[in-house]
Design a protein around this ligand. Sequence first.
Ligand code: PGA
Length: 246
Amino acid sequence: MAGNWKMNKTAAEAAQLVQEILEQLHAGAKVEVLLLPPFTDLDKVREVLGPNSTVLLGAQNCHWEPEGAFTGEISTAMLAGLCEYVLVGHSERRQLFGESDQIVRRKLVAVLEAGMLPLLAVGETQQEHDQGLLEAVLVRQARAALLGLRPEQVARCTIAYEPVWAIGTGRAASPTDGARAAAILAQVVAEAVGRDEPQVRILYGGSVTPETAADLMGARGISGALVGGASLRAGDFCRIVAAASG
Ligand code: PGA
């Protein structure tokens, strides 16, 4: 279960939120928890988690070059000591910052080469959904990111199906939609590794709340959630984690 904090929380606020999450997380829950704070909070959150925490950390974005004249950007080399995961291809990056499938691919490769784990977000817009383009969009985005990688590289990826129309709208996809998307993505994974062996985890994201989490996590092929808004409230996030522990 992953919490994407987006552009929220100063370092002091982040320290408080993660402290609250730690207090409310059910000890011994067999669910992997991943927090994705802003870059500027990573160090502080890691410090609050402490050296033996099982909670994983991720960044929300990265640049694909290891260093250079890219004002304002953060490289995977800078992140490698701070977090285990990097989110690439979030729809807000694609839509608001013009990230193409090719850019997402370069970032994903950079994350792998830096020894971290990519969390690849894919998903269709409302318009694409209405035009019946779900499968075409997911196949295009996932192929661009994954085809041509070595099978062991594909195995290190996690994919989040995040329908753009469900993000921040309070209108989550149905478990049936989630299962359909997961089946499509599993096929691209099989194509990428050259055999029918879906070993890549697929998450669902978009308006996940404590109320919708259990149903969505019951969807075939969905093994976790990428939570935005609700991950900013420790109580809600921990209830979502508890729902996944089932
Ligand atoms: P949301 O965001 O849970 O607020 O809909 C999900 C996401 O953007 O990852």
